[in-house]
Design a protein. Sequence first.
Length: 113
Amino acid sequence: QVQLVESGGGLVQPGGSLRLSCAASGTIFFSISDMGWYRQTPGKQRELVASITSGGSTNYADFVKGRFTISRTYSRDTVYLQMNSVEPEDTAVYYCNVNGRFWGRGTQVTVSS
């Protein structure tokens, strides 16, 4: 079993910053796993925000390029999403994913003044 626990969500004002964390545990070889952050709003499909391969290569959705940064710490089996210059449109539940298979329960991010 693989467990992914997201944290760091909350309420933030437009233009502000937030850092999400996802801690992985269980039967997972974190160092050779590809990780991703996705988000979903009511009535819409879950969409990719950013991903990072086992080797550290990153990929971003166009709507977050230049604002969000994905990173990982191998020693802690944790992946992060640094969110800067957030916009109301970034309001969503953010989910962590490993190898395209396993999901966390998500963390709510609300951008509002």
